[in-house]
Structures are given as structure tokens and as C-alpha cells.
Write a protein that binds this ligand. Structure first.
Ligand SMILES: *[C@@H]1O[C@H](CO)[C@@H](O)[C@H](O)[C@H]1NC(C)=O
Length: 330
């Protein structure tokens, strides 16, 4: 099955978790001779933030955490529950409906309350979850993220809505209908999560005026009331990360464009043309530190083959990347 169904679009009308197949292989360590020697001593902790429609402790997410624990014995793994006291059904709804900054702030408070994370941690964001972890890195006053790894995260927004699962769930259909009615209305921008990272390069004026979550994450604050650059809104930016590991899926058709996972956008003058990060003002002006990270060899834009969130099963692309970027000595 496509992992997309699991991590991104697992919502069911009844609110029950979707049946999960292996996300990143079983809990059993895989006998891969290319793996670095493990166990490594004293691995630093890991925080994971699930994708849209999923929950912190869905079967797939629990299997993922078990895989990480089997790979790095002794590692502390925390799956963010958003909202913090939410039931699985609340969590699924919160992926669609709400205020993105509030959900992210909730994750910040939750992480700050966990003693095992005090010394900093690595973090993995699945799809939309990666945006909330970026918010953490840029705005939260909690312990630092060291390696931030994002799988299929729409870092530079989506220029089309994420398609609903088949058959469509009520939550998704209602959100899609509301979004189509006016993605840049004040209402949509404060009630629909997807609207808060919707960035149509052909409608930049509306985006800059109405959006705050994604605009500020990318330091595109425009002109503030005092006439200055609003780019301080990018918070601390990403330059304090040890590594920013942004993974795109080669055949991603869920996120439009799929290369938003690498901060690319479609060209509004020619929508089959993708503008890479290096040609973006965001990069040239180094609004959030991506240029400094790249020059220091700490920005890694990688690929997995396949569709959105298709991590390749046991021993696949997802496993290999986790082994490479997670579990470093504290
Ligand atoms: C649009 O972009 C594509 C992909 O880069 C390119 O092949 C094509 O020639 C462009 N079309 C025009 C009219 O510039």
C-alpha cells in the first residue's frame, strides 16, 4: 500500500486509525551490511511529528518508533500528540482544522515538559508535520533541534489542495469545500490548516497580506507597519540546526509541486517550470539561513523514489535515511 494512505491520509469517517502495514519495516533489526555499526553509545533523543490525518500513536507511527528503538538501543523517542490532550480523533481533525501556530505552540509546550529532551534532540517530520517542527526550530524557546529531517514536507507551500483519500472522508471533504470557497480569506487562514501553507506564486500579494504561518516560516514577512522588512518574523531561522535534511519524493503528486519539499516552487509564468531554491529570493537574501546552511555543507536535499510518503518498506529509502541521520551520540 502507499504509505501516503497511512501517514498523510489515514483519516477515516469513523475516526478510527487506518489499518497499518509496515511503515519502515518491522521492529526486527534488518540485516543490512551497509548499516553503520550499531548500537551506538548514548544516542540522542528523537521527536517525531506525524502527517496530515495521522496520529502520534497510530499503528504506523508506533511501528516507526519501534523500528528506531530497535536500530538505536536505549534511544528516547517521543511522538508529538497534537493537540496535547487530544484523542486520536481530535488529532486527526487538528490536521485539517485549526490555527497552525497554535498547534505548533502546543507541540513546543509539550516538548519543553519532557525531561529526556532537555539537552536537545533530533526531529523527524512527516509531510505537514515537518512544518510544525520548523516552527519549533524557529520560534519555540525549548531545547534545540540538532538534525531536522523532513519527509515530503511542503516547505514552500502547496499550490493546489492535498487530494482527499478515496473514498473521501467527511473531514477532508468539508475542509476542501471550505478551502475552495476562498483560500486567502481571513476565515480560511485562521480555520483551515492547509490554507495556512497554501502559497500560489500567481497570487503572491494575497498570500503576503493574508497568510502568516508559512509566510513567516520562510521569512517572507514583506513590509511591516513601520515600513521596515518584516523578515524578523522568520524567528531564529534554521541556521542553528546541525543539519537540515529535506527529503523529496521523486513521483510526489500529493504535494504540488513535490519539490516544495526542497523549497522549490512552480513558475507562475510557466507552470511546468520549477524554480529551484537557489533562484528564490528566500535563498539569495538568506531570509532563514538556508544559504548559510548550504555553504557550511549542512543543508541536504535528498530524494526517495516513489509517491508522497512512500518510504520503501523494510531496508528502503526511509530506513537508510533514518540510520544515517538519527541516533548520533549525544
Ligand atoms: C516551460 O517550462 C518547461 C520546463 O522547464 C520548458 O521545457 C518549456 O520550454 C517552458 N515553456 C515556455 C513557453 O517557456
Amino acid at each position: 500500500m502507499l504509505i501516503a494512505q497511512l501517514l498523510l491520509l489515514a483519516t477515516t469517517a469513523a475516526g478510527a486509525p487506518a489499518p497499518a502495514q509496515a511503515v519502515l519495516g518491522s521492529a526486527a533489526p534488518s540485516p543490512d551490511s551497509s548499516a553503520p555499526p550499531s548500537p551506538r553509545p548514548n544516542p540522542r533523543p528523537l521527536v517525531v511529528w506525524h502527517g496530515l490525518g495521522d496520529t502520534a500513536h497510530s499503528k504506523g507511527m508506533d511501528q516507526f518508533a519501534d523500528y528506531v528503538r530497535s536500530e538505536f538501543p536505549g534511544i528516547f523517542v517521543h511522538a508529538v500528540v497534537a493537540p496535547t490532550e487530544g484523542s486520536p480523533s481530535d488529532e486527526q481533525k487538528a490536521g485539517w482544522w485549526g490555527v497552525a501556530e497554535e498547534l505548533a505552540q502546543g507541540g513546543c509546550d509539550q516538548i519543553k515538559g519532557i525531561a529526556e529532551l532537555e539537552g536537545g534532540f533530533d526531529a523527524i517530520g512527516f509531510s505537514q508535520g515537518g512544518l510544525f517542527l520548523r516552527w519549533y526550530a524557529q520560534y519555540c524557546d525549548g531545547p534545540p533541534i540538532k538534525n531536522l529531517i523532513t519527509f515530503g514536507t511542503p516547505h514552500y507551500g502547496i499550490a493546489a489542495l492535498i487530494p482527499c483519500p478515496e473514498p473521501p472522508t467527511l473531514t477532508c471533504s468539508l475542509a476542501a469545500r471550505a478551502a475552495k470557497a476562498g483560500i486567502y480569506t481571513r476565515w480560511a487562514q485562521s480555520h483551515l490548516i492547509q490554507a495556512q501553507y497554501y502559497r500560489d506564486p500567481a497570487r503572491m500579494q494575497e498570500f503576503l497580506e493574508q497568510n502568516s504561518f508559512l509566510r513567516d516560516l520562510n521569512g517572507e514577512g514583506g513590509v511591516d507597519e513601520g515600513g521596515g522588512s518584516g523578515r524578523e518574523d522568520g524567528g531564529r531561522g534554521l541556521v542553528r540546526l546541525e543539519n537540515m535534511v529535506a527529503i523529496a519524493f521523486r513521483d510526489d503528486t500529493t504535494v504540488v509541486p513535490g519539490l516544495s519539499a526542497h523549497w522549490a516552487t512552480i513558475d507562475p509564468l510557466n507552470t511546468t517550470h520549477i524554480i529551484p531554491l537557489e533562484e528564490q529570493e528566500l535563498y539569495r537574501g538568506d531570509f532563514i539561513g538556508l544559504k548559510r546552511l548550504k555553504k557550511a555543507g549542512r543543508l541536504h536535499r535528498l530524494f526517495c523514489p516513489g509517491q508522497h510518503m512512500d518510504l520503501g518498506g523494510e531496508g528502503g529509502c526511509g530506513d537508510r535515511l533514518v540510520r544515517k541521520w538519527v541516533g548520533w551520540a549525544a
